[in-house]
Write a protein that binds this ligand. Structure first.
Ligand SMILES: Nc1nc2c(ncn2[C@@H]2O[C@H](COP(=O)(O)OP(=O)(O)OP(=O)(O)O)[C@@H](O)[C@H]2O)c(=O)[nH]1
Ligand SMILES: [Mg+2]
Length: 360
């Protein structure tokens, strides 16, 4: 999967630039003044001792390492230099551009860059590697902070400890992958020994019932359908009743992605939520829609509210920034990622996985 390549590229090209700039600076730097030298002589001695100790331990390693890996020897520290804001202005600007290009929202971009500035400006660095290290650590920490802001919901264990039936409503605009995700989710639960029933509450689109019936048959899962144009809330209600009488653990409710108007869609959803009183409201977002996905999330949050996001189509060429924006701006966790079109292609979202993807 190469969905976070662009973000990764933004970070590493930033580090490379600083590295290059630092190399130039190191070669053009003036020799230290006499007074400065007097101050640093004791440090040279100290450094020599340290090096002698170190080389005793690392003789073999040092011999086999290339020049740049071995560093520049005991006079390295003469190049200690404090990073000024003006040093990194241009580079910050480039990173800003690249983060925004990677679908990271403006607000999140500013947070990441401010953290980075705070971590770099005023730091005394010796080698370009130090800057790269500080930069990567800072970016990693910012992203980690954003992604772990919301405690992930472990749905399987929530279901296991809650009263039956556990009701989940899935919604989102048309074509984002609601129906496919419900089938994947039913399969995921089945593998954990949890049985489900599906409510085909998208009675607006003619083919929706058939599409879901095919999935239900493939997976051997019961489905409650409604006629074209039937009341979606009563289809959902019937499914909950069926679950109660048959002792089924979970009801998965599919909904329409489009109605005559947006307000029809919102009103219908509100009705479904009022009647079914779900344990969980899952918003499905298509990661290919970039920053528009954030706008959709804001729209649904303001109009109906939701608990969790599932990001679909992450297997396509996706930039990845949306996961950060959702966590930072809406305090909503991404629970799962859709990574393809088979039933197995739904994986739990893991912050470490995301971070490693960027920095691997
Ligand atoms: N590559 C890829 N395709 C996906 C993924 N999830 C869904 N799709 C595809 O996206 C298309 C739309 O999926 P649906 O599940 O029908 O979307 P929907 O939100 O139910 O659509 P409406 O009911 O029309 O609103 C289908 O062709 C799916 O196979 C995914 O994770 N990766
Ligand atoms: Mg659908």
């Amino acid at each position: 999967m190469n969905c976070f390549d662009k973000l990764k590229k933004a970070f590493s090209s930033f580090a490379d630039k600083i590295k290059g700039e630092n190399k130039e600076r190191a070669t053009s730097e003036e020799k230290p003044e006499k007074a400065e030298l007097q101050q640093i002589v004791p440090q040279i001695e100290e450094k020599k001792e340290e090096q002698a100790e170190g080389s005793k331990r690392n003789d073999e390693v040092n011999v086999s390492q290339p020049e740049e890996k071995r560093g520049l020897g005991i006079f390295d520290f003469l190049r200690y230099r404090e990073i000024k804001e003006s040093d990194i202005e241009e580079l910050i600007e480039e990173l800003r551009y690249q983060l925004l290009e990677s679908d990271v929202s403006f607000e999140v971009t500013e947070k990441i860059l401010n953290d980075l500035k705070n971590n770099l400006v005023g730091k005394k660095i010796r080698r370009s590697d130090d800057i790269e290290k500080i930069t990567k650590e800072s970016l990693k920490k910012s992203i980690e902070e954003i992604l772990t802001k919301n405690k992930p919901i472990d749905i399987v264990s929530e279901i296991k400890k809650s009263q039956k039936p556990y009701v989940i409503v899935f919604f989102g605009i048309n074509g984002v992958g609601k129906t496919t995700t419900i089938a994947k989710f039913a399969y995921l639960l089945k593998k954990s020994g949890i049985n489900t029933i599906i409510a085909a509450s998208d009675t607006f689109r003619a083919a929706a019932q058939e599409q879901l019936t095919i999935h239900a048959n493939n997976l051997g899962i019961p489905i409650i359908k409604g006629k074209y144009g039937a009341d979606p809330a009563s289809v959902a209600f019937d499914a909950i009743q069926a679950a109660k009488s048959r002792g089924i653990d979970v009801v998965l409710i599919d909904t329409a992605g489009r109605m005559h108007t947006d307000s029809d869609l919102v009103n219908e959803l509100k009705r479904i939520l009022r009647i079914t009183k779900p344990n969980l409201r899952i918003l499905i977002l298509d990661s290919l829609s970039g920053n528009d996905a954030l706008e959709q999330a804001k729209y649904f949050e303001n109009n109906v509210g939701f608990d969790l996001v599932i990001l679909t189509k992450v297997d396509a060429d996706v930039k990845g920034g949306i996961a950060l924006s959702l966590a930072y701006e809406l305090s909503k966790p991404v629970g799962y990622l859709g990574i393809g079109q088979t039933y197995d292609d739904l994986i739990p979202f893991d912050a470490n996985w995301f971070i490693n993807k960027i920095f691997e």
